[in-house]
Design a protein around this ligand. Structure first.
Ligand SMILES: [Fe+2]
Ligand SMILES: [Fe+2]
Length: 404
């Protein structure tokens, strides 16, 4: 009888520990979770690990005390059962919350008008002097956060929609952090329905940002924003990495959320193969959510440096520098133009997400930067080269460089 009781304590503790471990293994298998942990958001994860281990420690203590005199064995057994119950209920509640949000019914029946990158983008036959290709890029709209600027976000999308309808814009590329909390269906609903209202016909491509991916958000991103065309258009190693050819301009999107976590040998080989295959006289524009070079600040909450991203610069930038003409990213909520290592590096996290603090660190190659103004970066293929112009939310020019 005694040994059955002892076994029951262990069974309860193991069940609780296993439930917590299963949830955490699932969470860390999702894109972005390891990056979130590495970038300082550790407390909830460490709390769940501690809660999962506690019943096992308590069961071991109950086992050790089982021959002790007095009420000690009873108390130890009671504590072990209580710890198991708390851990099991917490694991089940957290999993139920996350799974019902991540995999519940569709956030919205609508989808933006997404492009199939594998089909390419035709350049236009236009009057002399007019651009033959014109693409707008911005990032970090953060739908679902009160501090985001919905008015600026709408203005940028409505301007882009109007330009598309009058034949002056070919596509809009959003570099991620579409929503604030990737696991929240309501954030995705707001994003999809706002985009539908502001830009119902604008051809759209959206990368996966770290906020979009937050614990299970990948499924929501995929349902609404994965490029159109299904597997035939899957030109890269993931739905959020692709190559889009538009005449002499080649856009390469990389799946980089918090940094190079998940960007392994397969992804590097694919990137190198794309860069090799494109004629050197053409324009190569690489895009990612996470920045490489950027001015920035030290985050007060985590103590992490949100500027010149050491891991990205060490592990991914050497594959690109001197080969791509331009790299465009978001993640930092600024607009910036940096020239370094034979490549231009633009940051355009200006689609409405709360502006980051004024930079306390300036990247050595920084040529121009703007904090606090919302807008977009417009790429135009002209006879003179690839013109890159930062504009505010109304389309007024802020800074321009022509890549020749
Ligand atoms: Fe962001
Ligand atoms: Fe981000």
């Amino acid at each position: 009888m005694k040994s059955t009781k002892g076994n029951l304590v262990w069974i309860a503790a193991c069940a609780a520990g296993a439930a917590m471990a299963a949830f955490l293994i699932w969470a860390f298998a999702q894109p972005g979770t390891l990056g979130m942990y590495r970038w300082g958001y550790r407390a909830p994860v460490l709390g769940l690990i501690a809660l999962g281990v506690l019943p096992l420690v308590a069961a071991a203590a109950a086992e050790a005390l089982k021959r002790a005199a007095g009420v000690a064995p009873k108390i130890a057994t009671g504590v072990a059962y209580a710890a198991s119950a708390i851990a099991l209920l917490t694991a089940l509640a957290v999993a139920a919350y996350v799974f019902s949000n991540a995999y519940g019914r569709d956030a919205s029946p609508f989808r933006p008008t997404t492009i199939a990158p594998g089909d390419g983008l035709p350049t236009r036959a236009v009057a002399e002097g007019e651009p033959t290709l014109r693409i707008a890029v911005s990032s970090d709209g953060h739908y679902g956060r009160d501090a985001s600027n919905a008015e600026a976000r709408s203005a940028i999308l409505r301007l882009s929609e109007a330009e598309y309808r009058s034949g002056r814009l070919d596509a809009f590329i959003n570099l991620g952090d579409i929503v604030e909390m990737g696991m929240e269906a309501d954030d995705w609903r707001e994003a999809i329905e706002s985009i539908r209202r502001d830009a119902p016909t604008l051809p759209f491509l959206a990368l996966l940002g770290n906020h979009d991916a937050l614990i299970g958000g990948y499924a929501r991103w995929k349902a609404a924003f994965a490029p159109a065309g299904g597997p035939s258009s899957a030109t890269g190693p993931s739905p959020s990495s692709w190559r889009l050819d538009a005449g002499r301009v080649h856009l390469i999107a990389l799946d980089l959320l918090w940094g190079p976590e998940g960007f392994g040998a397969k992804e590097k080989a694919w990137l190198s193969a794309q860069l090799e295959a494109i004629p050197p006289s053409d324009y190569i524009v690489v895009m990612s959510h996470c920045f490489f070079y950027s001015s920035g600040y030290v985050d007060e909450e985590t103590g992490m440096a949100w500027y010149d991203h050491a891991d990205m610069l060490r592990e991914v930038a050497p594959l690109i520098a001197g080969k791509a003409d331009l790299v465009i990213s978001g993640h930092n909520h600024y607009m910036e133009w940096i020239e370094a290592d034979g490549t231009a590096w633009a940051v355009v996290g200006a689609l409405g997400g709360k502006p980051d603090p004024a930079p306390s660190y300036v990247s050595p190659g920084s040529v121009w930067r703007n904090q606090g103004v919302f807008g977009r970066l417009v790429l135009e293929l002209t006879p003179d080269g690839l013109a890159c112009e930062f504009q505010d939310q109304d389309g007024s020019p802020l800074f321009e460089r022509v890549l020749r």
